[in-house]
Design a protein around this ligand. Sequence first.
Ligand code: IPM
Ligand code: MG
Length: 352
Amino acid sequence: MHDYRLAAIPGDGIGPEVVEAGLEVLRVCAATDGGFGVAIQAFDWNSENYLLRGHYIPDGGLEQLRTFDAILFGAVGSQRVPDDVSLWGLRLAIVQAFDQYANVRPARLLPGVSSPLDKGDDIDWVIVRENSEGEYAGHGGRAHRGLPIEVGTETAVFTRVGVERIHRFAFELASQRPRRHLTLVTKSNAQRFGMVMWDEIFFEVARDYPAVKVDRELVDAATTRMVLKPDSLDVMVATNLHADILSDLASALSGSLGIGPTANLNPSRQFPSMFEPIHGSAFDITGKGIANPIATFWSVAMMLEHLGEARAAQRLMHAIEETTAAGEHTPDLGGQATTRSVTAAVCRALTG
Ligand code: IPM
Ligand code: MG
């Protein structure tokens, strides 16, 4: 029997609560599947330790992390560390070093969950987020600090390699879905260099996928289309920042930010991929035991899928759906369930 070696990075805020829940569900899922095992190693890389040690990732940490089959990540962000420091010190340091260029964010209304939209049932999307460059390339600078002539730049970087590989990934994904429909999200009306190239390369790649129906939407118009005509969208491919924004909207429209999962994939499998809930640290509910673990469970299902355990992934998704359908909802979904009670319900569904 194959044992997967998995790294867990619980991180900050509600991260440790949802990762603990996620690992419990994962262990039950493996035990009841019988076809594989999991060996989990936890890493205490978080903001509290950053304040003690001066770093998130120790020397040699990435080399160590590299040897794992996959990574489960909770959240990073603390009220005591500037957000850009924590993000670049941990999450982006891993995403960039392991070239996890494809960020995949499905959104769908789970059974028993209500959407703020009347047409919420029509939501069945996958947002493919470019995860290695664009607006998050880290290119920019500050000069003349504090003076009236102070300047700050934040340059979006688009490369042919980076753009082509994410479009190709999105076409591959769209071609495997029943509707085979891919929407290019762009802002090439206002941004005339990188974004125009983004569009051009999309249509070049499209020639290799004649079975995929394509259309193009400006990012601002994409928000209204998500709200007003959810069934007109299937897979969307968008830049790092555009997809960041659209995926929060997608999560909220499908019931709660506590539901949305993410896969940060290194499709070549040269490095491990990383799976995480979309929501962040959520200080307001940290330690209260009411964090919604569903986003983490769904992320675990994506991890199983990526590892090639499709049957286990499907069983886990069914268990999640059974649980939401039964009305086992945390407060973000309008219920009174706790992290523990939702976790127990999913474990019961897996065992039953
Ligand atoms: C996300 C998050 C992060 C991002 C934050 C925490 C910087 O919002 O994964 O969507 O913008 O990438
Ligand atoms: Mg976000």
